[in-house]
Structure formats: structure tokens, C-alpha cells
Design a protein around this ligand. Sequence first.
Ligand SMILES: Nc1ncnc2c1ncn2[C@@H]1O[C@H](COP(=O)(O)OP(=O)(O)OP(=O)(O)O)[C@@H](O)[C@H]1O
Length: 505
Amino acid sequence: MTEPLLSIEGLTKAYPGVVANEDVSFDIRAGEVHALLGENGAGKSTLVKMIYGLVKPDSGTMHLHGSPFTPSEPSDARRQGVAMVFQHFSLFDALTVAENVALGMETPPPMRTLAARIREVSETYGLPLDPTRTVGDLSAGERQRVEIIRCLLQEPRLLIMDEPTSVLTPQEVAILFETLRKLTSEGVAILYISHKLEEIRTLCDRATVLRRGRNVGTCDPAQTTAQAMAEMMVGSAFATPARRDTSPGKARLTLDALSVRAPSAFGTSLKDVSLTLHAGEILGIGGVAGNGQDELLAALSGELPVPQGALRLDDTPIGRLPPQARRDLGLFAAPEERLGHAAAPEMSLTENTLLTGATKQNLSNRGFLHWPRAQGFAEKVIAAFDVRTPGPNTAVRALSGGNLQKFVIGREMAHDPEVLIVNQPTWGVDAAAAAFIRQALMDLAAKGAAILVISQDLDELMQISDRFAALNAGCLSDIHPTAALTTEQVGLMMGGAHDMEVAHV
Ligand SMILES: Nc1ncnc2c1ncn2[C@@H]1O[C@H](COP(=O)(O)OP(=O)(O)OP(=O)(O)O)[C@@H](O)[C@H]1O
């Protein structure tokens, strides 16, 4: 039996109204990939923040290599060999890779030495990255490599990764797993948070499951089915989404040869994009992040004005209408970035209902807000989407990532939209909640809504969408019925084979 690298004994941390971690104990061994599982709000982020010195436990102890470990801040944790790659990268777009890495170091070496070190680590660990490239030009996978290399330069003994594969292509996931395996062969331990259970079964040696802040057990993922792990997290069985029979209705939303410049320097311009979205269908748009997804959502939601005639809702040209005017016509949208875009972090859930629901739910009248009604609407969303929070007056920033996602998607769906555009609807959401959101989208389509789902999760799109297209460098592939597509054809569409022939059934 290997001596534990890190032992955690009875860690407890409470926030107002919620115990995020309660008496959590487990060990992490050198050279293992240890998964930390749990549904949204189970306390995973809180636990790793305590290990990384960002949050101080109320009680409990930790030992690193047998010595008491009480990191007072992240730099203290880093000095003792603990590194962390966050879900949200903290990089400056306008700086180079090497400059970004230097910013994270307490005493950076001269730039040439650092660039050489980055090249060396990048080659040793199979993470291709040029230190002189500007970060704004990098893909999500390459940005993540900057963060990983930044960590590896500190030669960590424990590397914590928070949902590292949610932004990666399948090929990038394979590269990352190779790197992690090399690290573990050198004795580094990896603490790995993810909701992707099949990946955990492939990669991880052990998994510890948190449920409502408590450790409910450790299992061997290779010997446990994904469904069994999901049920351990939730404490009960849950239903997987069931496809419905579809009969698409009339065309509702039509985008006609839209070309539009990206609003930001590092965005992607849309090139000659045409699509028709019908009542009662889900149209899935796949593709690797950064290929025009944000711009497409912005053009459809009204945040990015386009030529008036390029976008029509039924027969009405709406290209220049702002988001609120589109909502008045029944078109709602939920963007990918939940903090700061879909929701205002410092405002309460009740206040956040006003952002998109003021008119549709009659939450304001001649400029006066109707608070009881807004609160009632927030409570309805919380109940319908099982948002774990002490109540509607909680600030958005206090919600766990997955619970905020449930709130944002639930808020738009609760308006009973006629046309709904969503980007990454289940990003960071646990298996049971993802199944719930997917089922809710299918039910809404079955009631006649026209739904466009942009997602990087191909399995999700194959499961819920009736037709599928892929975005690549701002161009949209042809649109095909999902049921007729093979994985290989989908890969080709994502790679930019726009005029491939697909057998229609
Ligand atoms: N700063 C904070 N203030 C108040 N409550 C908080 C704070 N941070 C976390 N919480 C609460 O603690 C609980 C655990 O949250 P945590 O972020 O650790 O969950 P998680 O398992 O990482 O969830 P997810 O998978 O959704 O990211 C949640 O109920 C959350 O609302």
C-alpha cells in the first residue's frame, strides 16, 4: 500500500445557509489519478479550494507527505507542490504565451530562458505550444496547455484539474490524457474533477464521490458503470432522456446568407451562413469552440445587429431588432458564459429574472418593478430546475457553476419561448441535471417550439437534435438529419468538409 501523498481528515466548511463540505476524509496517493465526483453544488470546488489555499476550512486537517498542511494562500500551496488548472482560464489575450506564463511566476527568469523552458516542458509532456504565439489566437485546447505548462514549470507533486475536458476536442482530450499518464508515471498525483463519467472510467484509478457536502464512498471507476456512479452521486436512479417522434412544422426562423464581421479582435467572422429553423424541431450546431458559436448566438439573440433582411422570424425581418424586441416576439436566447453575460454575479436570483423576463412575465409596469411577482418567478425556476440554493435572494455568485447553469436555462425555458437559442445548455452540469435539461428541451420542442442548440458535446447533439450542422471557421456545413449521420461524417463536417455527400434516408 502506497503512503498517501495528501490525507484529508474531517474537513468541514459552511457558508451562510449551506454546509458545502461536512466531515470529508480521504487520501490521495502519489502516482494516481483520483477523480472527485458529485452533482452540482456537492462541494467539489470548495474542497479543492481548501487544498489550494483559496478557502480556509472551518475544521478538519490535511497532511502532505505526513506533515501538517495548512496553506494560507495559493502561493503557499504552490510552494509546497500543489498546482491547479481552473475551469476558467486567467490569461491575457493580447500577450504571448511566454508573457502570460511569466505573469503567473513570482520571480520569472529572463524571457529567452523562459521560452526555452516552455519549449522543453511542452516537448517532454507532448503538449505542442509555441511560446511566442499571442494567446488571443489560440484555441481553447491550446490555452489550456498554457495553464498546464505554467503548472508543470513548478514541478508539482499534486495537480488539481477542474473539468479540464469540457472545452477540448476528442483529439485534444487524447493528448491531455497521454500527458496526465506521463505525469503519474513520474509519481505526480492528479485530483480530477469532471462530470464526464465515461472519461473518468478510462482515466482514473479511484473516484471519491461527494453528495451534499459529504463523502459517500470511493470506488474503482473502471469496475463501476457510469450509471452506477451517477446514482451514487444523486442517491437514487434517474431517467435518461427519451427521444420523441418528430414532425417538424413550419419554418419559424430563417437566416439568409449572413456574413458578419466578428465584433471583437479575437472573434470569428460568420461567412455566408444560411439556415432555417422549424417549429417542433431541435437543430444541433456542433463544432470546436471559437469557430463562430458566440457570434452566431449573438446574431440570433440580437446582441450583434445584422442586416435587417438577413434574419426573419416567420415573415418579419428582425436582423436589426435588439434582444428585448425579439423577446417580445417570442424569441429567447441563453448564451454560454453564465457569469457576467447570462447573469449578473452580484445581483440576486430574483433580480436576475428581470434581465430577460421583465416584459414576458409582467415583472415591471411603467418602470416600476413588481418584486413579489419577480420573486415568485425566481422560485418557480428554482423549483422546476432543482436549483440548489438557500433561496431566491441569494446572490448569483454564491451558486455553484452547475446550479447557475440550471437557473439560466430554466429562466429562459420558463418563458415558454416559441423560438429558443441556447449555447452549451449543459456545460458544467452533472449527469442527472444534464439529462433533465435535455429532456426539458425535447419536451419544449414537442410542444411546438423551434430550438437551436449550439454545443461542443457531440453526444448531446446526437441524442437530442433532429438535424445537425457544424460550424467551422465561421462557415456552416450543410444541415443533415441526425439519424442518418455516422460519427465519421460528423467528424468531416466539423473539420470543414462542407459539401460532402451524405446518403439521405
Ligand atoms: N462563496 C460562497 N458563498 C456562499 N455559498 C457558496 C460559496 N461557494 C460555494 N457555495 C455553496 O456551497 C455549495 C457547494 O458549492 P461548490 O461550488 O463547492 O459545488 P461543486 O460541487 O463544485 O458544484 P458544480 O459541479 O456545480 O461546480 C453550494 O451550495 C454553493 O452554493
